[in-house]
Design a protein around this ligand. Structure first.
Ligand code: SF4
Length: 231
């Protein structure tokens, strides 16, 4: 946990305090390692908890623990870093209902806000100012059955769909999903190799050979800081 003062508003009664709180694993300042905003200095708000268990998950430390903080306090902490970009991530941030309120508050405060979500929970209530980066889980994740396909209908060109691919079977599954759901016509599509499992070059060659309308990405933070939490 970094840079958390833990202050809560003493003017609210207990039930109001509880209603406005979120369980947070960490708030930290780093470079955005993925998606459209890659490379931008960004404040990350990592909420605790996730109902999924992807086999290649790299944030298992966020499944449990964390601390309760008021939305006011989270917004105040984010302001300390003086960045334009804030990314709300997890775990699965939407597993906490108050995440929707936090996103509104961050947008109201003038940040460019992104949300990293698993694609398993309903995203229709997310503030339209937020740029959603939504996973679709391929078979190699072990969580393919959790994909909530109805989410695709509410995505817009400011959102992105991300496929994290462990092998050729995942790649072919993702290609079929692209065709069947016309995802690339709706928003930008990201293909990302599972770090240490699928060689980035191999994925790049498949994408080029198949002339896919997708954007390949590698996780910049893994190259800079490895698996170290807080980056
Ligand atoms: S959805 Fe994200 S946080 Fe949850 S298990 Fe999968 S990779 Fe990990």
């Amino acid at each position: 946990m970094r840079a958390m003062s833990g202050a809560i508003d003493p003017t609210l009664d207990d039930s109001a305090q509880t209603a406005q709180r979120l369980r947070v694993s960490e708030i930290f300042h780093s470079l955005q390692g993925e998606a459209r905003d890659v490379g931008w200095p960004t404040v990350f708000v990592r909420l605790t908890g996730c109902p999924l268990r992807c086999v290649w998950c790299d944030t298992e430390y966020a499944f449990h623990g964390g601390q309760w903080y008021s939305i006011d306090d989270i917004v105040e902490n984010a302001a300390n870093y003086r960045t334009r970009h804030v990314c709300v991530t997890g775990g699965e941030p939407l597993a906490q209902k108050r995440c929707l309120d936090l996103l509104v508050r961050l947008c109201d405060a003038g940040y460019a806000v992104s949300l990293e979500t698993s694609g398993a929970l309903d995203v229709s209530g997310v503030d339209p100012r937020v740029s959603k980066v939504m996973d679709l889980k391929a078979p190699g994740s072990g969580e393919q059955a959790r994909n909530l396909w109805s989410n695709l209908a509410v995505l817009t060109p400011q959102d992105q769909v991300k496929f994290v691919l462990a092998d050729r079977a995942d790649y072919e599954w993702a290609c079929a999903a692209l065709r069947e759901h016309a995802i690339a016509q709706r928003c930008e599509v990201l293909f990302s190799p599972v770090h240490g499992k699928l060689a980035p070059r191999e994925l790049a060659e498949w994408i080029l050979a198949d002339r896919l309308p997708v954007r390949m990405q590698v996780q910049l933070h893994k190259y800079l800081w490895g698996e170290e939490p807080g980056h």
